[in-house]
Design a protein around this ligand. Structure first.
Ligand SMILES: Cc1cc2nc3c(=O)[nH]c(=O)nc-3n(C[C@H](O)[C@H](O)[C@H](O)COP(=O)(O)OP(=O)(O)OC[C@H]3O[C@@H](n4cnc5c(N)ncnc54)[C@H](O)[C@@H]3O)c2cc1C
Length: 437
């Protein structure tokens, strides 16, 4: 007879949830005591258009890049230390290889040295990435799912959890006739469940970790200016720190070759992001990336960012500033929607940033030094923003809410921002459940 008795419910069968379930069954936890509930579909019925929901969550339709560094992909080492974090990430990568139809094709790229020409203006984040291959993710998901089903794990599909009573340990659903009781709850609803997480945080007045402001611009210029760095690192991440000011900046999400700036509409305002097309017919030889500034120490960072984004709208659009260029074209051939501003209005933008824009100006000046052909041949779309959801305060030993020790938050619903860290957090919690049972 199994020594394990507690009923574990996992809300969200995303990357974090399926890594947790795998760790549990691999270590003898009876599958019939594990229930996974997801508002999406199983990997056989999930459509490619269902990007965020279903088995393996947002990871199933992702780029399949497994980053392997504790400074990338969200918080992990702060809970468990560097060594344990790396060991957990190893487990996630092993799991993806284990269910991969051709594991030998999983390759690691690992740039090792910062090129001299970027010094002393910038550092370059160097980190290994395992490339699983987007095309294989669905096969991996099917194999993983079959293994969990064969081990008795119960799945409840197309069912949205709408409320949780942490005191009575009861889940409620979109179907009011359903309810579910748990002993241990793993809450891994990812980005698609961000509002639900917020709703619970407000309802239970959950204490949260202080967060930083993350705001900046989407920078764009012809690719040839950056080519010598792209040759070293395709998705280069330049960074600069002003530690005494609580500010750090990084280039973020670099797109090359067929690179387009995209409008993002969040809370009714424009901000910008970028994407790259694979098809050669879209090649425009442009590069774009975010210059994202992290500012610590601002009280209520969410409201500060929201108010700033509202100020950065003219004619119901975001802004475009360039010393020489006009907004570029989208992949559909229209202009990227933005109101072009001159130097005078740009000074008002600087004022709206309450003095912080000087760090972005100096980042751009640094780039002009290391990419000498860049000069005035660039433009920036303002703003690019990452609204960080409040991170519930958890016990670092098991990621459980400080007031509800049987409720564990994992993945993007907690503090992750990528596959490896989300999976690692799921495994970390599963290990604690195995130990404490
Ligand atoms: C297009 C795209 C590309 C990406 N590419 C990469 C990449 O290459 N590398 C990388 O590291 N990261 C990438 N990411 C991010 C990565 O996919 C996520 O960080 C990761 O999937 C988070 O895992 P998670 O388990 O926390 O949440 P998810 O994987 O998002 O899973 C959450 C699950 O919870 C379910 N859910 C939500 N709310 C409820 C509810 N109320 N009731 C029931 N179920 C619910 C959802 O249906 C979903 O299946 C990408 C993301 C996207 C969208």
């Amino acid at each position: 007879m199994s020594k394990y008795k507690k009923k574990i419910v996992i809300v969200g069968s995303g990357v974090a949830g399926i890594n947790a379930a795998l760790k549990l069954v691999d270590n003898g936890y009876p599958g019939n005591l594990i229930t996974m509930i997801d508002m999406g579909k199983d990997p056989y019925n999930r459509l490619p258009s269902e990007v965020m929901c279903g088995f393996a969550g947002a990871g199933a339709w992702s780029d399949g890049k497994l980053t392997y560094h504790t400074a990338i992909g969200g918080q992990l080492s702060k809970y468990c230390g560097e060594d344990k974090a790396m060991e957990l990430m190893d487990q996630v990568i092993t799991n993806f290889k284990r269910f991969h139809p051709k594991p030998e094709e999983v390759q690691c790229s690992n740039p090792v040295a910062e090129p001299d020409f970027i010094k002393p203006h910038f550092g370059l984040r160097l980190f290994p990435v395992w490339h699983v291959g987007t095309d294989y993710l669905l096969e991996i998901a099917k194999n993983w799912y079959s293994y969990l089903v064969d081990n008795g794990v119960e799945f409840v599909w197309e069912t949205k959890v709408t409320d949780i009573n942490f005191s009575k340990q009861i889940l409620r659903f979109n179907d009011p006739n359903m309810l579910c009781i748990y002993d241990e709850l793993i809450f891994g609803v990812g980005k698609s469940g961000i509002d639900f997480g917020k709703q619970l945080a407000e309802k239970y007045d959950l204490p949260t970790e202080p967060k930083s402001v993350q705001i900046g611009v989407r920078f764009e210029a012809p690719q040839h200016h950056f080519q010598k760095l792209i040759d070293v690192s395709y998705d280069f991440k330049l960074y600069r720190k002003f530690e005494d000011k609580g500010v750090s900046l990084r280039s973020f999400c670099t797109n090359n070759n067929a690179a387009y700036v995209a409008v993002e509409e969040t809370y009714g305002n424009y901000s910008y992001n970028g994407h790259a097309k694979k098809d050669e017919k879209y090649r425009n030889d442009m590069t774009n990336f975010g210059i994202i500034m992290e500012v610590n120490g601002i009280e209520d960072p969410f409201t500060w960012s929201r108010d700033l984004v509202k100020m950065l709208q003219i004619d119901n659009k975001g802004l475009y500033y360039s010393p020489s260029r006009t907004p570029s074209l989208t992949s559909e051939g229209g202009h990227v929607e933005a109101t072009q501003i001159n130097e005078v209005v740009m000074d008002e933008v600087r004022e709206a940033f309450e003095g912080y824009f000087k760090y972005i100006d100096s980042f751009i000046d640094g780039m002009k030094e290391i990419f000498p052909t860049l000069k005035d041949d660039w433009g920036m779309y303002i703003p690019e923003v990452k609204y960080l959801s409040p991170e519930p305060l958890v016990d670092y030993a098991n990621l459980a809410l400080t007031r509800y020790p049987n409720v564990h938050f994992v993945g993007d619903a907690l503090s992750a921002r990528g596959i490896t860290v989300s999976g690692a957090q799921g495994i970390y919690v599963a290990e604690d459940i195995l130990k404490s049972n």
